[in-house]
Design a binder for this molecule. Structure first.
Ligand SMILES: Cc1ncc(COP(=O)(O)O)c(C=O)c1O
Length: 423
């Protein structure tokens, strides 16, 4: 099906006529999000439409999730095929689609064993449990500490908000989960200090959990020398090195996994978001030596069911067969070149442009009153969806299938939006 046919189908559908009530929504749904006054109901490729029929270029992609964009024919086919065949059975039985997806992940990464769950937070919870058991049973640490980074983001469950090195996500949820310490990102001295400081009594560092590029924390790429030194420290001490690849894994950076940019491999890593292209799935992927879970120690009802695994497998195979990583590299370079041009026009507002592949951040100067949300709102008026990464960084995470023409149009819309807010 061509994207033109899809566009016609989506915009002319009878559902587009149905009225949407923000008031009814707010009455019924918990207000855990600060929502924009926008209701989206259709998508095709990198385009989405709101309930009024207005079209937007979607450079949010469900926050780095819709790998193949919206209504991709491969996903439509995979969803249809799998729901007709078998959608859910218990993990008490072998699930062939789960095995196939696990094999794909192993063949395409440094990992050797996979556990499937439903989200990034849940994958990180699994990693935290695995690391604790490894620390108790292999490293013989009575009270293992997991070190994470300031400005990190690892999810919204109790353990993952504790792992997240941002107090704003922890406020009012005390008592937090014990056993976490935080250090500045990309700072090897701070990591060495905490490892030696905690090396006494029952407490010792058992694992380090980091993002290869901090996404929510402001699109901050990891430093190669830092991560290579960390690998060396972990090899010498036995400390587990865990990567949270939830936002940057699955091709988002132009390589399949973020760690490939750093010239080293983690012992354990997690994936979610882009893995299912928008179908809820998470994965915890480890080397064999630290896969210490025994039957009954970790589980998930929905984790790895035939439906999500069948669809995620189709996303993975499409990434490979259509050489989508090459598009990520080219479109990422095009987008960042355009962002640098815009930044050069507004040096008094824009501090830096950074990123890998199709995750880019445009950082505003800290001392000015303009915030990322102002640009996001103005861009929305222009028909371009963007998302902040913290108060001062505008994030660009379009579908990995975004075209050169779409990147060009997005840059024009952004230019207009910035002109408006800086007038
Ligand atoms: C790096 C990282 N880890 C974990 C999560 C949590 O994932 P989820 O929202 O699927 O629980 C996110 C979500 O933004 C993330 O960016």
């Amino acid at each position: 099906m061509s994207s033109e046919t899809l566009v016609q189908q989506t915009t002319n559908s009878p559902e587009a006529e149905k009225a949407f009530s923000k008031e009814n929504f707010d009455q019924a749904v918990m207000s855990t999000y600060g929502r924009f006054p926008l209701a989206l109901e259709k998508g095709a490729g990198s385009l989405v439409w709101d309930t009024e029929g207005k079209q937007y270029l979607d450079f949010v992609a469900g926050i780095a999730t819709c790998t193949l964009g919206h209504a991709h024919p491969v996903m439509i086919e995979a969803v249809t095929k799998q729901i007709q065949k078998l959608h859910h059975v218990s993990n008490l039985y072998y699930i062939p689609e789960q095995g196939e997806l696990a094999q794909w992940l192993i063949e395409h990464s440094c990992g050797e064993r996979v556990f499937f769950c439903n989200s990034g937070a849940e994958a990180n919870e699994g990693a935290i449990k695995l690391a604790r058991k490894y620390a108790h049973t292999v490293l013989e640490i009575e009270k293992p500490i997991i070190v994470t980074a300031n400005a990190s983001f690892h999810g919204r469950t109790l353990a993952t908000i504790t792992a997240t090195g941002q107090p704003k996500y922890q406020k009012n949820f005390n008592p937090l989960v014990p056993g976490f310490h935080y250090v500045p990102y990309n700072d090897i001295r701070a990591m060495e200090d905490i490892i030696s400081e905690l090396d006494e009594g029952d407490y010792r560092v058992g694992a380090i959990l980091l993002e290869p590029l901090q996404g929510e924390g402001g699109v901050r790429p990891g430093d190669v020398a830092y991560f290579q030194k960390l690998r060396q420290i972990c090899d010498e001490t036995g400390i587990l090195l865990i990567f949270d690849e939830v936002q940057v894994g699955m091709g988002r950076t132009g390589k399949l996994w973020g760690y490939e940019h750093l010239g080293m491999e983690p012992d354990i890593f997690t994936s979610a978001k882009g893995l299912g292209g928008g179908i809820p799935i998470g994965a915890l992927i480890s080397k064999k030596f630290c896969d210490v879970f025994q039957p009954g120690e970790h589980a998930s009802t929905f984790g790895g069911n035939p439906f999500v695994c069948g669809v995620a497998l189709s996303v993975c195979q499409t990434l490979e067969q259509e050489n989508i990583l090459a598009n990520v590299v080219e479109r990422g370079a095009q987008l960042r070149a355009g962002l640098h041009n815009i930044a050069a026009q507004y040096p008094q507002y824009i501090n830096e442009v950074r990123g890998w592949g199709l995750i880019s951040g445009m950082e505003l100067h800290p001392e000015i009153s303009l915030v990322a949300g102002d640009i996001v709102k103005a861009a929305m008026d222009e028909g371009l969806l963007l998302v902040p990464a913290g108060p001062k960084v505008v994030r660009f995470v379009p579908p990995l299938i975004v075209t050169a023409q779409e990147v060009k149009i997005a840059l024009q819309k952004l230019d207009k939006a910035i002109a408006t807010v800086t007038k």
